[in-house]
Design a protein. Structure first.
Length: 402
């Protein structure tokens, strides 16, 4: 998996507010979002498989801790309020649709669907919404709140050895996902993992967002307020420390931060002529750091097209002739047309997709090796959803819309 992951710039710009809204769940929630964004790139359709084992390994979480019951789980509160807890508790024994989202990981996923992120009242967001669905035209809108996931489903699957594997099927909300192609920053998830314990992960995200902004303006330095820097460094401004003590802590944090990340950032303190003390922080980024941040907005699409071609080649090799009339050069467009024309049935396609995924990524797909609880209607409508694919521009719009 890539170390660099896309992240919504609106959230990155207000990351301290994000952490205040979600409190102790914020770091886990942020990591879950990053994982889902990365996994979405290897899903040719809008559904994303959240593999708990892979997530824990990637972000260095203890799986047992994530599945510990959360005493403040939002789903429990909703069920108690609607007086349906007893019904869910009984039905959940045999029906995954009644799963109670009561662990720490459950709770984060449930909140991503049911508790939209509310932006600060004075903050203007930038999201991309489909204005005209018939023409697939985007309209830039400002949202006061954004729902990150459209849905999440708890699922189980039995392996050939009879072991039960738990995973989730997730889908991004349209406004959130559309914007990832147009208004994003890049995050090295290994840095967020490394900086989580010393409590500098929020500082890292803010500095990456700042780099992204400076790069677009071709500048390398910027002055911020003292309180801003304290906020990013998780240093209290409640009066328990003097200005001098806070400045000392900030300097120490930046020194440690640079040693760990090699980002190429340093802090300088200035003052104005009428001021006595050097309490105005100025951040300087190296030219190499700023230039390396330049990235094309088409990068996710190119990765997607490369992935789809790899799927096609692998499926063709597995089927030994089912796709004999389809040129590899046609790539994903050809595969879409092949499906739309009814040349391959949905159940066969499902099996091929899983085999291809296993060959490409080597690790077993959570749905393979047993009967996955997935509605057959979703696979049956694949051809209908892709029948409008006739050129690269149309494909691009479908990819962006999920």
């Amino acid at each position: 998996m890539n170390e660099v992951i896309l992240f919504d710039k609106n959230i990155a710009r207000t990351i301290s507010h994000f952490e205040k809204q979600y409190g102790g769940d914020s770091a886990l929630m942020r990591d879950v979002i990053m994982y889902l964004i990365e996994k979405r790139k290897i899903s040719l359709f809008s559904e994303i498989i959240f593999d708990t084992t892979e997530f824990c390994k990637m972000f260095k979480y203890c799986r047992a801790n994530l599945f510990t019951n959360n005493p403040d789980a939002l789903h429990i509160k909703h069920l108690n309020k609607s007086k349906e807890y007893g019904k869910y508790e009984e039905e959940a024994k045999t029906n995954n649709a009644y799963h109670i989202y009561n662990s720490y990981l459950d709770n984060v996923l449930y909140m991503l669907v049911n508790e939209p992120y509310r932006f600060p009242s004075n903050f203007s967001t930038k999201y991309y919404n489909i204005e005209d669905k018939s023409k697939q035209e985007y309209d830039v809108i400002s949202l006061q709140a954004v729902q990150i996931l459209r849905r999440v489903d708890f699922m189980t699957n039995k392996s050939a050895k009879g072991q039960t594997k738990h995973f989730y099927m997730c889908e991004f909300n349209g406004d959130f996902y559309n914007t990832l192609f147009k208004f994003f920053i890049q995050i090295d998830y290994k840095h967020t993992v490394l900086l989580r314990k010393p409590n500098m992960d929020m500082l890292y995200i803010k500095l990456e967002e700042l780099k992204n902004t400076l790069q677009s303006q071709d500048i390398y330095s910027i002055e911020k307020t003292f309180d801003d820097i304290c906020d990013w460094c998780a240093i209290s401004t409640d009066g328990s420390m003097t200005q001098r003590e806070r400045k000392k802590k900030i300097n120490t944090k930046f020194k440690t931060f640079e040693a760990l990340t090699q980002m190429g950032v340093r802090i300088e303190w200035k003052k104005r002529d009428n001021e006595k003390w050097y309490y105005r922080p100025v951040l300087h980024f190296s030219a190499t750091s700023i230039k390396s941040h330049n990235v094309s907005s088409e990068y996710m699409l190119s990765e997607f097209l490369d992935l789809s071609l790899r799927y096609l080649k692998t499926i063709k090799s597995i089927t030994l002739g089912v796709f004999s009339n389809l040129s590899i050069d046609q790539g994903y467009l050809g595969l879409c047309k092949y499906i739309a024309n009814g040349s391959i049935s949905a159940p066969i396609l499902q099996s091929l997709w899983m085999q291809a995924r296993n060959k490409i990524y080597l690790t077993p797909h959570p749905m393979s090796g047993g009967n996955a609880n997935i509605a057959s209607s979703k696979l049956a409508t694949i051809g209908e959803r892709l029948s409008e694919v006739k050129d690269l521009d149309t494909l691009k719009k479908i990819v962006i819309n999920g």
